[in-house]
Design a protein around this ligand. Structure first.
Ligand code: IMP
Ligand code: MG
Length: 184
């Protein structure tokens, strides 16, 4: 048991399970994107693990890029806008863009990001997310590839954080309640 393992109440997906799921997603992407001009776009920081593993599970020539965005809070005039903290380096015009995400929650971030990127003229744009919490959705977002649909619980590990911690856990788990309450 490491220091971080003590903060975990329950392991939801082991390293082995995640690895098998990523391979499954990679095989589907390999089939669907044969002959296309694939650009995988990782949304920082949560999707770095998914990206690193998924790109190796795709048996096709492809490009990668990274973007960091934050959504403005709901209920303000800027609702629907996405703030770009780090933009893409490459021009996506004519490319088959696949957005790689860790988790689809309210959907606000990805909904706004899709609208923004569509204006740049990609040939196609789709989403691959490792996790989705359908109960939490506030706006409709169509993800072509979903690893796991999960209930409304806060998960950490394999890139996912709580207060920037736990991203380096090789598995995905649920935090103990005291981890949240200790911080308050
Ligand atoms: P949304 O879909 O716009 O609400 O935001 C999704 C983002 O919220 C993800 O990229 C994560 O950074 C964060 N997030 C949502 N649910 C969780 C969770 O269970 N654990 C860790 N981060 C989460
Ligand atoms: Mg986060």
């Amino acid at each position: 048991m490491t220091v971080q393992d003590h903060a975990i109440k329950e392991v939801l997906y082991s390293e082995e399970q995640l690895s098998a799921k990523i391979k499954e997603l990679g095989a589907a992407i390999t089939r669907d994107y044969a002959g296309k001009d694939l650009l995988m776009v990782s949304i920082l920081k949560g999707s770095v693990m998914v990206m690193a593993d998924l790109m190796r599970a795709v048996d096709l020539p492809l490009g990668i890029d990274f973007m960091n965005v934050s959504s403005y809070g709901a209920g303000t005039e800027t609702k629907g806008a996405v703030k770009i903290l780090k933009d893409l380096d490459v021009d996506i015009k004519g490319k088959d863009v696949l957005i790689v995400e860790d988790i689809l929650d309210s959907g606000v971030t990805l909904h706004n990001l899709m609208n923004l990127l569509r204006q740049r003229g990609p040939a196609s744009i789709e989403i691959c997310t490792l996790f989705s919490k359908p109960e939490r959705r506030q706006v409709e977002v169509e993800a072509k590839y979903i690893g796991y649909e999960i209930p409304d619980a806060f998960i950490v590990g394999y890139g996912l954080d709580y207060a920037e911690q736990f991203r380096n856990l090789p598995y995905v788990g649920i935090l103990k309640e005291e981890v949240y309450t200790d911080k308050e």
